[in-house]
Design a protein around this ligand. Structure first.
Ligand code: FMN
Length: 186
């Protein structure tokens, strides 16, 4: 199973990016977590460019189409989602393979309620399939842990692994409930 992980922070020492890198390392053999590295290269969304969006957008579209599920982890900026993540989502609004994609939303800050709610609202509006058991709060802000420390943490490593397993179960349930897949015996 392939998961695409999207961080809403471009900051070098980003907690959100670190937790996604940790998830890649903690994933069981059955799950491959790819980190989406193209978000900082996307042009600002312009509907006029949808027919010829350029290399970075095509890479995003390809990665999303290939993924069985998406994992979002984004900071809150001024009570909203970051421009980085909103811009990426705007490029995906009319991208058909995004619809019904199972997604997990990770919130790394216990006080960032507005961005978490806004991200969920946008994803739901875009017809993503929000997998609630995998959409968890991992309040790592202030814990002063880097990626290595998260991977070796007795508290956080199991929580991150549980999130991945919950998302994989969400994918399996979504496939099982898709009448087209059932018809094709997939
Ligand atoms: C421009 C800016 C605005 C922020 N606004 C908020 C906010 O409204 N609410 C909040 O809880 N944290 C806010 N923060 C704090 C960030 O969410 C926090 O530093 C977070 O860890 C950044 O994520 P990162 O480590 O992945 O880059 C803001 C930070 C920045 C740089």
């Amino acid at each position: 199973m392939q998961f695409l992980a999207l961080s809403g922070s471009l900051r070098r020492d980003s907690i959100n990016s670190a937790v996604l890198r940790a998830a890649k390392r903690l994933a069981p053999d059955t799950i491959d977590v790819q980190l989406c590295s193209v978000l900082g290269e996307l042009p600002l969304f312009n509907p006029d460019q949808l027919d010829n969006p350029g290399e970075a957008v095509r890479r995003l579209w390809y990665a999303v189409a290939q993924a069985d599920a998406l994992i979002f982890a984004s900071p809150e900026y001024a009570h909203g989602v970051t421009g980085t993540i909103k811009n990426a989502l705007d490029w995906l609004v009319s991208f058909e393979p995004f619809a019904f994609k199972p997604v997990a939303v990770i919130n790394t800050s216990p006080r960032a309620r507005h961005a978490d709610a806004a991200l969920r609202e946008t994803l739901t509006t875009m017809a993503a399939h929000l997998v609630e058991p995998a959409s968890v709060s991992l309040p790592l802000l202030g814990a002063h842990l880097d990626e290595d420390a998260m991977v070796s943490s007795a508290e956080w490593a199991p929580a991150i692994r549980s999130m991945l397993l919950a998302l994989s179960e969400g994918v399996e349930q979504a496939v099982g409930s898709d009448p087209e897949c059932a018809f094709q015996g997939l």
